[in-house]
Design a binder for this molecule. Structure first.
Ligand SMILES: C[S@@+](CC[C@H](N)C(=O)[O-])C[C@H]1O[C@@H](n2cnc3c(N)ncnc32)[C@H](O)[C@@H]1O
Length: 286
């Protein structure tokens, strides 16, 4: 029996694309059932997502996310990891949102483990200099994003040594917390997709084969696609019908390792259905 087959298959909700609200869907999952969550939430920067207003008052935004993180805590296994990707806000209206989020998560009981700097190598496209060659008001351009890492209750994640798939060179490279990875160029019609390489590093570094990897703001499905390719179970949640359909097709086309037969995606829970062709407006847990 391979490591993927030893996953706790009796728990519901794996290898699914769920069209639904992040928090309400997390509240339906079994406790202690997810080993690694990787997500990049809406940043409240007025980004034009389909079917979601990315423009809440700041305190309402932070309260909303805190509710999602509270629900996530319950479903993580002891030592389960939560990786939160946060982009710096705009130069003009700079807000230290990564500080607010990491403080909020620690207040909820998460252990903060580290902060990885994802250097996006985008300075070539730079235009905003502020006061050029003058100390009067020069701008620092955010050419990086934060990748904040937390764990539940303890540092270590119990797992089978036979289910480790990271090589020695990769381990050395990834444990240097400055990751140079260009941003994703294939946007799949989404304003803010992850690059696969970022997710691949996180999945290999922080989980065992056969573990369950979750993204509750799943977008184009980068996390479940990479998880399946690397022999992990996955769970995808997004409130947009259209992103869910795209993610489903993307994940279905991924080939898992031959010795880790991770299933093709199914819709929702309990025999859930494909979202309707035209968005109904209301996000529904299926
Ligand atoms: C920053 S994007 C995630 C992009 C993703 N990392 C990728 O690689 O494509 C945030 C996503 O959250 C979704 N979203 C917004 N509100 C949501 C909610 N209440 N529940 C679930 N998903 C939500 C949006 O539809 C959007 O796709």
């Amino acid at each position: 029996m391979g490591p993927a087959e030893r996953a706790p298959a009796e728990r519901p909700g794996y290898d699914r694309i769920v069209r639904g609200d992040a928090r309400r869907t997390l509240d339906r999952l079994a406790p202690d059932s997810v080993h690694l969550a990787i997500t990049s939430p809406p940043y409240n920067l007025k980004i034009p997502y389909r079917g979601y207003s990315d423009d809440l008052p700041r305190s309402a935004y932070l309260d909303w996310l805190a509710g999602v993180w509270r629900s996530l805590y319950r479903v993580l296994v002891p030592g389960g990891r939560f990786v939160l990707n946060v982009a710096p806000t705009s130069i003009k209206d700079f807000q230290p949102i990564h500080h607010d989020l990491s403080r909020g998560l620690r207040e909820l009981g998460y252990i903060m483990r580290t902060e990885i700097i994802w250097y996006k190598q985008t300075m070539g496209r730079r235009t905003a200099w502020g006061s050029w060659r003058s100390p009067s008001n020069p701008h620092i351009v955010p050419s990086w994003e934060y990748v904040l890492v937390f764990s539940k209750g303890q540092w270590n994640l119990v797992g089978d040594r036979a289910a480790i798939d990271i090589g020695a060179r990769e381990f050395e490279r990834f444990s240097d917390g400055f990751w140079k990875i260009p941003p994703e160029r294939r946007r799949h019609g989404h304003p803010a997709p992850f690059p696969e390489e970022l997710v691949e590093r996180l999945v290999k570094f922080y989980s065992y084969r056969g573990n369950v990897v979750l993204d509750m703001f799943g977008g184009t499905g980068t996390v479940p696609a990479v998880a399946r390719r690397l022999g992990r179970h996955y769970l995808y949640i997004d409130s947009s019908d259209e992103y869910c359909r795209q993610a489903f097709d993307r994940v279905a086309h991924v080939t898992p390792p031959a010795d880790a037969p991770i299933p093709s995606p199914a819709w929702g829970f309990d025999g859930g259905r494909r979202p309707p062709a035209s968005p109904s407006g209301a996000a529904a847990v299926q």
